[in-house]
Design a protein around this ligand. Structure first.
Ligand code: ADP
Ligand code: 5GP
Length: 194
């Protein structure tokens, strides 16, 4: 089997983590690619090596120097996130397909790197106002962090046309069903020749 990669990108708060978790819970062929990042762990709700590899800015720079990333971004000021080549290889070697959620620029970089082997899905919030509400209700970020996420979202919405598929996440159940359909279609298609 040739491993494939499914990318979910969206402005923060649009619902990509929720949709990716749903897909992981129903599809044993999928495995989540854990990114490296330099931000602090969120209290007890996150675990090192499960949600992210939480590393220091020095380690992150060293990995950039060693060409260990497929892509990396300073997603928010002072907070670096990157997709490790070793993670993708680990998952493919285990006989599974990769699923990941990354910011919009990172998603397009991964699509460009893996081409037909990758499906890039943009999760679109119904509106910026709804996005701000969801981020506030999620209760994981400070007011200033929410403001910078909303500010960035306005810019990120301009990239949706560059993705293979767009899912509007208005009704979560519908969005999850649509995601299941797109993933199943992509995984059952003939392996791409790369
Ligand atoms: P992201 O990973 O894109 O930052 P999350 O998956 O964390 O977004 O979702 C942001 C918040 O919005 C979470 O609290 C989640 O439970 C909630 N959420 C997700 N989808 C919907 C939806 N369709 N309607 C209302 N709330 C939603
Ligand atoms: P959070 O801090 O809320 O977990 O994530 C912030 C943003 O970073 C989200 O949009 C998330 O998708 C993105 N992100 C997570 N991992 C990566 C990665 O490896 N590369 C890039 N470019 N973005 C990532």
């Amino acid at each position: 089997m040739q491993g494939k990669i499914i990318i979910f990108s969206a402005p923060s708060g649009a619902g990509k983590t929720t949709i990716v978790k749903h897909l992981l819970s129903i599809n044993p062929q999928l495995s989540f690619s854990i990114s490296a990042c330099t931000r602090d762990k969120r209290g007890r709700s996150e675990e090192n090596g499960k949600d992210y590899y939480f590393i220091t800015p020095e380690d992150f720079k060293m990995k950039i120097g060693n060409d260990e990333f497929v892509e990396w971004e300073e997603v928010y000021e002072g907070a670096f996130y990157g997709t490790l080549k070793s993670e993708i290889e680990r998952i493919w070697k285990s006989g599974k397909h990769v699923i990941l959620d990354v910011d919009v620029k990172g998603g397009l970089s991964i699509k460009n790197f893996y081409k037909e082997r990758a499906l890039a899905i943009f999760v679109k919030p119904p509106s910026i106002e709804e996005l701000a509400k969801r981020l506030t209700a999620r209760n994981t970020d400070s007011t200033s962090s929410i403001s910078s996420r909303v500010f960035k979202a306005k810019f990120e919405m301009g990239f949706e046309d560059q993705f293979d598929r767009i899912i509007v996440n208005d009704d979560l159940n519908k969005a999850c069903t649509e995601a299941e359909k797109l993933v199943n279609q992509f995984l059952s298609a003939e392996p791409a020749i790369v």
